[in-house]
Structures are given as structure tokens and as C-alpha cells.
Ligand binder design. Structure first.
Ligand SMILES: [Zn+2]
Length: 294
């Protein structure tokens, strides 16, 4: 069971060590607990404050960690933006239970994130452009799309169309929310229909795909932007690599379903590092002007 062994060969649970450590070591552990994080990209131990100051991008290898919806809005919009379309909560239409009841999952996710669901809408200024921004929250049940996420994004789309302001959606999602069954799948059609109306009204829509963007989100609004741009190294796909390998019975190429692979094959328009995302979007909106209607 080589996968079970630690790199340094030892296996000891944290609880087992705590009882036997010296008082000095215990004090140091308490003082430094939660201050460090192991980078998933380069395996270096990074000081959390450095990571946060660097927009959750590893200062050593540029690995892009997930960024919450609130931080994302704060990073892109000028101060003074307004959060809108809040207050929607899932009704648990199927009264669904798997390992834990869906209602309990929802409550825990609300407590952990302080959000009602995996999405936040905001209106404000991105540089000198008035925009509608919708950002997904991966920490809320994997950023999955149920009725609330669907309705909130559809409202952002309508808001952009009626206010004739460009729409930007930042996707971070494991796909449709299985606890809402077919209701979650219907969101794909609902959002896509709203986006078709936005397209007819000639209001620009840019989708920013972040790690991960998969399933029904990729299969609907995340790939429907006038521009579809991604952060470096983001996992973007419909089904997972293992499912695909087992279906086609072929080994998948290196880097399959990562932003760089998708850009090379024409699925994406650009890969933009997080620190350059705001200036890139401003320049893109300078080109994608909203036509004035008589
Ligand atoms: Zn790193």
C-alpha cells in the first residue's frame, strides 16, 4: 500500500503526537497552527499571510489556489460595489438524503461560508466600466449548481441585459448539484436561454473559468461567453478523466483538461494569471463595447 505511506516514512496521527510533545513544542504548535499551508503545486510550505497577500497564488510556483466569491468581487470591482440578488435559499425539493441530509449540508455550508448558496451577484465598476459580476463560491458544496445558483445567475444575466451592462461570470464548480436532481439540470437550459437573449441584445458576456469548472457548468454558461478565459492550470472539463478513460478505453494525454491544453486546442480564448485578470478584463471591455440602442 505505497499510497498509504508518508513521504518521510512515518505515520502518526496528530492526536497521538500531541500527548507526547514537550511543553515548548506544544506552545510553538499552538502559536503557529493554521499559519502555514502546503502548496499543492510545488509542495513548499507557504506562509498563509503571504498567500493571501498574493491573491491566493503561491509566491514560489504561481499555483492558483481557489479564491472565494467575496474576495473575487473585491479583487475585480472598485470599492463601493453593491451585492444584489441575495436572500435566495434552496427549498430541498427532493427532500434528499445521502450520507447526511441535504438540509444539514446546506446549513453547514451556510455557516462555513456566510453565504446563502454557492454564488454572489454584484454590480459596480470594473475600472471605468459599469458591469454585472457573478462569482461562484467553491467552498459551498463544491460550487455545485442547484436552483438557487441557476436563478441567481439568470438574474445577473437579465440585469445585464436590461441595464445594458457587460456581464462577467467567474465559474468555480463541480457541476450540477445532484441533491436537487433534474431541477439542477434544468438550470443549464434556463441560464443558456437568458444568455441567448443577452446575445440578441448585443451586451457582452465574458466567462472566467477557474479551478475547477466541470460538469453542467462547463456544459452551459461557462463556455458560452463572447470571451472564455481561464486562470492558469485550472481543471476544466465535463466528465472526470477516469470516467473518460474507462469509457473510451484509452490513456489520456498529459495535462488533459487543464487550461493550457484547452487553449492549445481552441476551447479557450486566453489564459490570464490572476494578478493580470482585472486589467485584462478592462481592456477586453474596451473592445467589446455595448452598442447604444435608439
Ligand atoms: Zn507553490
Amino acid at each position: 500500500m505505497s499510497w498509504f505511506k508518508r513521504e518521510n516514512g512515518e505515520y502518526e496521527s496528530g492526536a497521538a503526537t500531541i500527548g507526547r510533545e514537550t511543553p515548548e513544542a506544544a506552545e510553538k504548535r499552538v502559536r503557529t497552527e493554521g499559519l502555514w499551508i502546503k502548496c499543492l503545486g510545488c509542495l513548499a510550505v507557504v506562509w498563509k499571510a503571504d498567500l493571501v497577500a498574493n491573491l491566493n497564488v503561491c509566491p514560489k510556483c504561481q499555483h492558483h489556489f481557489n479564491l472565494g466569491a467575496r474576495q473575487r468581487i473585491g479583487m475585480l470591482l472598485e470599492p463601493g460595489y453593491e451585492l444584489v440578488d441575495g436572500g435566495l435559499r434552496s427549498t430541498d425539493p427532493l427532500n434528499f438524503t445521502d450520507i447526511t441530509p441535504y438540509k444539514v449540508r446546506l446549513r453547514k455550508a451556510r455557516e462555513a461560508t456566510g453565504l446563502d448558496d454557492a454564488i454572489l451577484n454584484a454590480v459596480g465598476k470594473l475600472g471605468h466600466h459599469e458591469v454585472v459580476l457573478s462569482a461562484m463560491e467553491y467552498r459551498f458544496i463544491g460550487g455545485s449548481m442547484g436552483a438557487v445558483v441557476g436563478e441567481t445567475i439568470a438574474r445577473a444575466v437579465d440585469r445585464a441585459r436590461l441595464g445594458r451592462k457587460p456581464l462577467i461570470v467567474v465559474a468555480a464548480s463541480g457541476g450540477a448539484r445532484m441533491m436537487e436532481g433534474v431541477v439542477s439540470l434544468m438550470q443549464m437550459a434556463k441560464i443558456s436561454t437568458a444568455l441567448a437573449q443577452l446575445d440578441e441584445a448585443k451586451v457582452p458576456y465574458i466567462c472566467v473559468l477557474t479551478d475547477p469548472t466541470t460538469g453542467g457548468v462547463t456544459a452551459s454558461f461557462a463556455m458560452l461567453g463572447d470571451l472564455n478565459i481561464a486562470e492558469p492550470g485550472a481543471l476544466i472539463g465535463f466528465a472526470g478523466p477516469r470516467v473518460i478513460e474507462q469509457t473510451i478505453r484509452q490513456k489520456l494525454p498529459e495535462g488533459f483538461q487543464r487550461s493550457e491544453f484547452l487553449l492549445e486546442r481552441g476551447f479557450l480564448d486566453a489564459i490570464v494569471p490572476r494578478r493580470e485578470m482585472k486589467s485584462y478584463l478592462i481592456r477586453a471591455l474596451d473592445f467589446l463595447k455595448v452598442p447604444v440602442v435608439a
